[in-house]
Design a protein around this ligand. Structure first.
Ligand code: C5P
Length: 223
């Protein structure tokens, strides 16, 4: 029998990473953070002096870095050319440039095919995988038996993200987050969208354990 695929999309700060990891741990599944792959590619572009707003330059360079993902939900990893970049990909510079890189079709083609390989391996080799991002329910794994769109109010998302990055500037964080969501939702190539075959889960006012329990229930129903 083949492993199960759980596809989760949603805007920044919606809690989808923590939820996805929690669900994967609870059910012995692998975990893939596709946002980390776009961030790793963006980090490499910045580190190599590629102008991220020059889409032709980005497209020409996308095949150069080797991006590898570790899918253990207890200790996920991301590396570029053998270097662990877990810390580097969370900087302001990368966060501010990632939407430009992820809008380049050639970058998406390459990462989507890498994501599908990781998903196929998990389906063959273990109980399955939880995959989170912006286009998982629509493009990467549209046939997944469990498809979720996790949201929360902009205020709640800004609060969570501010805690995560340890800043008191909640208003500034909210503005940056809303700008990134606007870019990710309005781009021409696979924008973040909620489609009618995907369940929406608004987590405003819920804590992580409650959200994980809800999603685990959906996974058990589908398994
Ligand atoms: O999930 P995270 O906030 O780390 O994602 C970083 C960025 O990567 C997003 O803002 C978006 O531009 C891009 N992304 C994407 N498609 C995905 C996952 C992330 O375009 N499946």
């Amino acid at each position: 029998t083949e492993g199960i695929v759980i596809a989760i999309d949603g805007p920044s700060g919606s809690g989808k990473s923590s939820t996805s990891k929690g669900v994967a741990r609870a059910r012995g599944l692998r975990y893939l953070d596709t946002g980390a792959m776009y961030r790793a590619l963006t980090w490499w572009m910045l580190d190599n002096g590629v102008d991220v707003h020059d889409s032709a330059a980005v497209a020409a360079a996308v095949g150069r870095p080797v991006i590898e993902m570790g899918t253990d939900p207890a200790a996920p990893t991301v590396s570029v050319d053998g270097r662990d970049v877990a810390v580097e990909i969370r900087t302001k510079e990368v966060t501010g440039s990632v939407s430009a890189v992820s809008a380049v079709p050639r970058a998406r083609e390459l990462l989507v095919s890498a994501q599908r390989e990781i998903i196929d391996a998990a389906r063959r080799e273990c109980a399955g995988i939880v995959v989170e991002g912006r286009d998982i329910t629509t493009v990467v794994a549209p046939d997944a038996p469990v498809k979720l769109f996790i949201t929360a109010s902009a205020e709640a998302r800004a609060q969570r993200r501010s805690k995560e990055i340890r800043t008191g500037d909640v208003a500034g964080t909210q503005a940056a987050l809303e700008l990134r969501d606007k870019l990710d939702s309005s781009r021409a190539h696979s924008p973040l969208t909620l489609t009618s075959d995907t369940a929406e889960l608004d987590t405003t006012g819920l804590d992580l354990d409650e959200v994980v329990a809800l999603v685990v229930e959906l996974v058990d129903e589908a398994a």
